[in-house]
Design a protein around this ligand. Structure first.
Ligand code: ADP
Length: 204
């Protein structure tokens, strides 16, 4: 049986706006946003796990699956303990996870996927420029160098995109990521609002 966290996946290539939209959704009561990138960046960079994260992210590579799932599941559980995330009421909005089919399998015991929002942008150069701007603003090692960004796109194509094949196609809604933030949000809400309504009508 699928896991207890009722979930919505924000899916798409690096720089497509998953974090921006996830943060907006998190402001709506009944949504809990969980970003593995943000969780990793909040680690103490002098700790073993912080160093491991830096070692992989600074090359544009994925952190090993077992570590990723362990850190993420501990973070999710800790969030329930302190009452930030209430799985019986809240929909979990996952951003940046799963990043490959092996992670999708490992997540099966934690999450029940109700919807996948696939943010699409064919214009890789536009995403590239967005990431360079973001790196300057946020002081991010993974997006500062052109070669690292290119590697992140390769990893997305080779490892992350196949995740879509793991799930029922009926769950997937494509959203054009190149609209204004409000327009993208609008299309995401069209897909997720009915899910929240159903979840409230049949709470766990
Ligand atoms: P953001 O969402 O802010 O763009 P990312 O999701 O790209 O941040 O995460 C930054 C880095 O964290 C990635 O380059 C990768 O090294 C690591 N990371 C994030 N999520 C995962 C994941 N699910 N599996 C493995 N590594 C991850």
């Amino acid at each position: 049986m699928a896991g207890p966290y009722q979930s919505i996946l924000l899916f798409g290539p690096p720089g497509v706006g998953k974090g921006t939209q996830g943060e907006i959704l998190a402001r709506i009561p009944g949504f809990f946003h969980s970003s593995t990138g943000a969780i990793f960046r909040s680690l103490d960079m002098t700790s073993d796990i912080g160093k491991l994260f830096y070692q992989y992210s600074s090359r544009g590579e994925l952190v090993p699956d077992d570590v990723t799932i362990k850190i993420w599941s501990q973070h999710a559980y800790a969030s329930t303990v302190i009452g930030l995330f209430k799985p019986a009421q809240d929909l979990l909005v996952l951003d940046g996870l799963p990043r490959n089919p092996a992670q999708a399998k490992l997540l099966y015991k934690y999450i029940n996927v109700l919807k996948i929002i696939n943010l699409v942008c064919k214009d890789r150069e536009a995403l590239f420029e967005r990431m360079k701007k973001r790196a300057l603003k946020q002081n991010r090692a993974d997006d500062a160098k052109d070669g690292v960004i290119r590697r992140r796109f390769e990893v997305y194509e080779q490892e992350t995109r196949p995740v879509l094949e793991f799930y029922d196609p009926a769950l997937i809604t494509e959203v054009d990521a190149m609209g204004s933030p409000a327009e993208v949000l609008w299309h995401i809400l069209e897909a997720v609002a009915p899910i929240q309504t159903a979840h409230f009508q049949n709470p766990l």
